[in-house]
Design a protein around this ligand. Structure first.
Ligand SMILES: C[S@@+](CC[C@H](N)C(=O)[O-])C[C@H]1O[C@@H](n2cnc3c(N)ncnc32)[C@H](O)[C@@H]1O
Length: 149
């Protein structure tokens, strides 16, 4: 299974600090699973990506939303496990556009995840998601990162 981190960002991730942190966590994750960062110009492009990949191997889509479910990192690890057991070829975490996800897109998610009720800039939310994806993989693997960081 592959992990995708998709962010809706018309001009791409422009803050080098954010990009570098995202790339660092995604690189750290690769010993566990392949990862890919997708910078998409519009929510429509994201929905198209979901439908293009739909079918037998539909991605297991988890969407970041401040009004979503307050989950633990163990819950995220469990959702990756659930996707793997269900035979999904991709587990995807989506960071939405400046005005948030539409209700139609949210309805396509297996899980909506809140990092707290605060609103994070999409670049920061992407960094948090990348770290949580890495943390979830270390939890699945029994690696001590989750205990010490
Ligand atoms: C700038 S925020 C969107 C703000 C928008 N006004 C809203 O309320 O959804 C862009 C994206 O970052 C992510 N995000 C921001 N804060 C978040 C939080 N506290 N928890 C989870 N995701 C968050 C979400 O994916 C959101 O769609």
């Amino acid at each position: 299974m592959k992990l995708l981190l998709a962010v809706i960002t018309p001009k791409g991730l422009r803050q080098p600090e954010a990009r570098s942190l995202v790339q660092m966590y995604m690189k750290r994750a690769t010993p566990y699973l392949r990862t890919e960062l997708l910078e998409l110009p519009t929510e429509a492009a994201f929905v198209e990506l979901l439908s293009k990949r739909n079918g037998r191997t539909a991605p297991y889509a988890v969407l970041g939303d401040s009004r979503g479910k307050a989950v633990t990192s163990e819950d995220l690890a469990a959702s990756i496990e659930t996707a793997a057991l269900a035979g999904a070829s991709e587990w995807l975490f989506g960071i939405g556009p400046a005005n948030g996800w539409s209700s139609d897109t949210l309805a396509q998610a297996k899980l909506t995840v809140s990092f707290g009720r605060i609103t994070l800039a999409h670049e920061l939310a992407t960094v948090v998601a990348a770290e949580q994806m890495y943390r979830a993989l270390t939890i699945r693997a029994g690696h001590p990162y989750h205990v010490g960081h």
